[in-house]
Ligand binder design. Structure first.
Ligand code: ACM
Length: 651
């Protein structure tokens, strides 16, 4: 691309530079297909923000001559998925063609990003030819407004930025133990009581109280306004009412729908974070309550999917409740997981009767998944893998790569700036988000069709202000957008980093309180050996550190090991000699050495010979002459993670 062409994020499917530039100037006008009137109007206003003047708009039926024009066209016969578009910038004009209205809209998002971030008069748009379509249909961002509440204007701004990144599902987490945020007309106490708590832990001390009453909620009118605002930007709002757990605020308002037959039952709107014991009771009265809420919810939100949560529902209260024990006997439910499954299946039927689909966090698998449910996999990928294999649709939202409530820079660096930089924990650098592929390697091509897409999560325990939400969302949202939209074969972190530069300028110009982008350290192995692995890495312990010639640095996997996990080295030239692998290290209190595994070598990349079994975390042997690859294969699952201290070679 020419130097004048700023980076586009997410990277389009194909992009070919042309000759020259199109000057966007006062005379430039928009000529639109009649079906794109709304887009022409809104895009003209957006161009005014970027350039200082609003292009006039002309229906293409008016066959007048326009000396400088941007055409907005539709071609339903265009190849590709919904959202596909083509965009051609030439010196003499711009032609944008959408497969559908959504596609035309995405083309305008790309065009906005082709404008130089710093402006200019005229604004020069470098010539280019783009064809583009989304990789996934579900490109989501989640926001928890239960732990902290954010005004309508902030939510709208967030939706604008989502759309700018071609994200299209706003998962609005509306209810929590610490606050119920949605007006429900039939149950006014949900907000009168449930929207307010008496205290909140301050930053820096999770086990204390600030003693300040805190709360807020969205009226139904505000919700309608937000849903309509999102729709104009091709964003679907998927509401979440989290049940049967995370319900303390609702139960504080209406204790009769909780397990109020337990001695000493005293629900309140929670003032501390974490998982709380209050669950809805699986009674007919409660199911009527839930059904009433879902009825109002479905009137407000036209989305195909309704998220019913399902996560982190402790079973203790059900086990202690005489009423639930009686139900278990009657329905043949053996344990708490069966009760959870019974509950979710009842809710699934309610939603089906309203013509909606149920989606929930992966705990909805407990006790057996409801037949038509879609699963949002957050506890790693396993829930998504298992569900896809069983034929259920899944959205990947793993806490290993997609939880934006984790530190964007190492915790020590963030906390050195002040307690208000506190995060829930973890460390999620932008390159780790970028490295994530929403299709788990374990799935076959057929199973992978069940992966609807991918979503970033913003849980707001440690986000008291909108500034902090922005700090954690930006710029990681850009990496999310690219893994959700761009063909996997086009992903390239170095190129993304370059394109991120202009994007950061745009965030800054718009006053977004983003976190710093620190390019990751160069990852080099001895002699340019290429490393690949099925494992993610913990903190900065990336895979290359297993073969960097140093004893003091090491690879550290970020999870338990499963049979079939591998760590593979590809040599630039065939070689022989000896290999020695040392796993485990003092950095982990568990040692994290490989308990059951084999070391294998291959001369053709496909057929493998075993060199040795791992014993006491070590393996070594002589490489067959002409070896091009070696791999460590996990042959037994282990709960410990894995440290590979060093892989050494000798002639
Ligand atoms: C979750 O993070 N509890 C879905």
């Amino acid at each position: 691309m020419s130097l004048l062409a700023p980076g586009v994020i997410p990277l389009p499917e194909s992009m070919a530079p042309g000759e020259g530039h199109f000057p966007l100037k006062k005379e430039t006008a928009i000529r639109f297909d009649p079906q794109l009137l709304g887009l022409a109007e809104s895009f003209s206003k957006e161009l005014e923000v970027a350039s200082g003047f609003a292009p006039r708009i002309y229906n293409e039926m008016l066959r007048i001559h326009l000396p400088s024009q941007i055409r907005l066209d539709l071609d339903p016969g265009m190849e590709g998925k919904s959202g596909a578009y083509s965009l051609e910038v030439r010196a003499e004009g711009i032609i944008l063609t959408g497969k559908d209205v959504q596609g035309a809209y995405y083309g305008t998002r790309t065009l906005l990003q082709l404008l130089p971030p710093k402006g200019g008069d005229p604004l020069q748009v470098a010539a280019v030819k783009i064809r583009d379509q989304p990789r996934f249909g579900w490109r989501g961002m989640h926001l928890d407004v239960g732990r902290h509440f954010f005004p309508v204007e902030d939510i709208k701004g967030f939706i604008d930025w989502m759309a700018y990144h071609k994200l299209n599902v706003f998962h609005w987490h509306l209810t929590e133990d610490q606050g119920w945020r949605l007006e429900i007309k039939k149950y006014p106490k949900l907000t009168e009581v449930g929207a307010f708590r008496e205290s909140t832990p301050p930053y820096g001390n999770r086990d204390s109280d600030d003693g300040q009453r805190y709360g807020g909620f969205y009226t139904q009118e505000e919700v309608r306004e937000i849903v309509a605002y999102a729709k104009e930007r091709h964003v679907t709002v998927v509401p979440e009412i989290d049940m049967p757990g995370h319900m303390a605020a609702a139960i504080a308002a209406y204790p009769q729908f909780g397990n109020d037959d337990i001695p000493g039952y005293a629900p309140k709107v929670m003032t501390r974070w974490g998982v709380h014991p209050y669950t809805l009771a699986p009674t007919e009265e409660t199911f009527r309550f839930v059904d009433d809420i879902l009825t109002e919810l479905c009137e407000l939100f036209p989305s195909e999917y309704i998220h019913i949560g399902g996560d982190e529902a402790p079973k203790d209260q059900w086990e202690a409740s005489p009423r639930v024990r009686e139900l278990m006997k009657k329905e043949g439910l053996k344990n708490g997981h069966d009760v959870q499954s019974y509950f979710i299946k009842r809710v699934e039927k309610m939603l089906a009767a309203k013509g909606r689909k149920l989606i929930g966090w992966d705990e909805i698998r407990e006790g057996g998944l409801a037949p038509s449910a879609t699963v949002m996999s957050w506890r790693g990928e396993q829930g998504g893998i298992d569900s896809a294999r069983e034929g259920h649709d899944v959205v990947m939202a793993s806490n290993s790569h997609l939880y934006f409530d984790h530190y964007p820079l190492p915790a020590e660096q963030e906390l050195a700036k002040g307690v208000e930089y506190e995060c829930i924990g973890g460390y999620l650098p932008i390159e780790k988000v970028y490295a994530y592929d929403p299709v788990p390697v374990a799935l076959t091509a057929e199973e992978a069709k069940h992966v609807l897409g991918v979503q970033g999560q913003l849980w707001t325990e440690y986000m008291k202000t909108w500034d902090k939400v922005e700090y954690l969302a930006f710029p990681r949202i850009a990496a999310l957008a690219e893994i959700a939209w761009t063909p996997v074969a086009r992903k390239d972190f170095a190129d993304f980093s370059r394109r991120l530069g202009p994007m950061l300028e745009r965030y800054d110009a718009a006053g977004v309180n983003r976190s710093a982008f620190v390019p990751p350290a160069k990852r080099e192995t001895v002699g340019g050996v290429k490393v690949s692995t099925s494992l993610g890495f913990y903190q900065n312990h990336w895979p290359e550190l297993a073969h960097d010639g140093r004893e003091d640095s090491f690879f550290w996997a970020d999870r338990e090991l499963r049979v079939g996990d591998h760590f593979t080295l590809d040599f630039p030239q065939p070689r022989g000699g000896r290999i020695e692998v040392v796993t485990g290290g003092k950095a982990s209190k568990n040692g994290d050495r490989l308990e059951q595994g084999v070391l294998e070598a291959s001369t053709d990349g496909a057929n493998w010979v075993k060199l040795a079994d791992f014993e006491s975390g070590k393996a070594g042997g002589a490489l067959p002459e002409g070896t091009t690859r070696v791999r460590i294969q996990v042959t037994g699952a282990q709960t410990n993670w894995l440290i590979i201290e060093e892989i050494r070679f000798a002639e």
